[in-house]
Design a protein around this ligand. Structure first.
Ligand SMILES: Nc1ncnc2c1ncn2[C@@H]1O[C@H](COP(=O)(O)OP(=O)(O)OP(=O)(O)O)[C@@H](O)[C@H]1O
Ligand SMILES: [Mg+2]
Length: 324
């Protein structure tokens, strides 16, 4: 049974067009003009229990809109979705106890209170028994290394500390499904790393189903075996991160170290030279030709070392997004 099932989900935003100028403002009181924007376009997918899926897409692609529908904050224009057999936008109380959404740019903690007080509020809202509450709070605070920050006013915390407390607040009630919308946005590399490792462990230990969006490829590569790519509201890829590379990277990188100087022009026919120094060169070579080219190099030149690598995922993603 899939934990999340999405069929033909579509969201069209309808917004009121405002004309400039007083005359137009008055006129628009009587003749409202609307503009429609298809933010999510006929998206279907399903996610099994315990999966951690990454969602990638350029700014404005529709990622947050999808997560908002799956968490019941928005009603779709058409299509259906179930999350643990609930229809999210019907907003049944039981559903709220089972999922949560954390958005990197928005916060649920009370700004003027210490995080510990916000946690207490969540304890009441979700009806978490006292002993379980304390156990989980302390375990999470220790794992995220913020045990000494829980009694500091949230507005005085650093961005990273605040994000960690947001996560704790969200995880106190042991949700079974989690949507993380750019949880590492704006954090320094150390905090990003800490959060990333925490999410990986958490997913493994608790079999929680997670959808994560991020603009940082490090997050995606570390955490997600499966990725979805959203482009202009459409789901344009859904599959293993590794098959994304196979499908979209038409080339591989060949790097050769020579024991003697090799002229640039001697390499030019073999592929696209991306880096050249007298005794070392990197080339992009079509997948199908890589073995032949490597063999040719070994035969023709004095080779000290040879490596064949995939094109970096970041390059592939950039290539996909800039195609249109
Ligand atoms: N309330 C709204 N009314 C009208 N248009 C909206 C509304 N909310 C979002 N949009 C538009 O819908 C599109 C998708 O927005 P969404 O926030 O889902 O993108 P995203 O993939 O999360 O982008 P980002 O990576 O920047 O967070 C954008 O073009 C956005 O401007
Ligand atoms: Mg977003």
């Amino acid at each position: 049974m899939d934990t999340i099932n999405v069929q033909n989900l579509t969201k069209i935003y309808r917004s009121h067009v405002r004309q400039e100028g007083l005359k137009n403002s008055i006129r628009s009181l009587f003749h409202r003009e609307y503009k429609e924007y298809i933010a999510v376009n006929n998206v279907s997918f399903s996610i099994a229990e315990g999966e951690l899926v990454g969602m990638l897409g350029a700014n404005g692609a529709g990622k947050t809109t999808i997560l908002k529908m799956l968490s019941g904050l928005l009603t779709p224009t058409s299509g259906t979705a179930t999350v643990m057999n609930y229809i999210p936008w019907q907003r049944k109380n039981d559903f709220r106890k089972n999922f949560l959404i954390v958005m990197g740019q928005r916060n649920q903690l009370w700004w003027d209170l210490p995080a510990a007080d916000s946690f207490l509020l969540n304890k009441e809202i979700y009806g978490i028994p006292q002993d379980m509450f304390l156990k989980r709070r302390d375990m999470l605070a220790e794992r995220l290394d913020v045990a000494d920050k829980l009694h500091v006013q949230v507005r005085r915390l650093s961005l990273g500390e605040r994000m960690k407390c947001e996560l704790i607040a969200a995880l106190l009630h042991s949700p079974k499904v989690i949507f993380l919308d750019e949880p590492t946005i704006g954090l320094d590399v150390v905090a990003q790393h800490a959060l990333r490792e925490f999410i990986a462990d958490f997913n493994k230990e608790s079999a929680t189903t997670i959808i994560l969006t991020s603009h940082y490829m490090d997050d995606i590569e570390r955490l997600c075996k499966r990725v979805m790519i959203i482009d202009n509201g459409k789901l344009m890829f859904d599959g293993a991160l590794s098959s994304l590379v196979e499908q979209f990277a038409a080339e591989k990188m060949l790097t050769i170290k020579f024991t003697e100087k090799v002229e640039r022009h001697e390499l030019e026919a073999m592929g696209i030279i991306t880096d050249y120094a007298a005794e070392q060169a990197s080339l992009r070579i079509p997948r199908a030709k890589i073995a032949a080219v490597a063999g040719e190099c070994l035969g023709r030149f004095q080779v000290a070392d040879i490596t064949i690598e995939e094109v970096p995922i970041e390059d592939i993603i950039r290539q996909i997004f800039s195609r249109e």
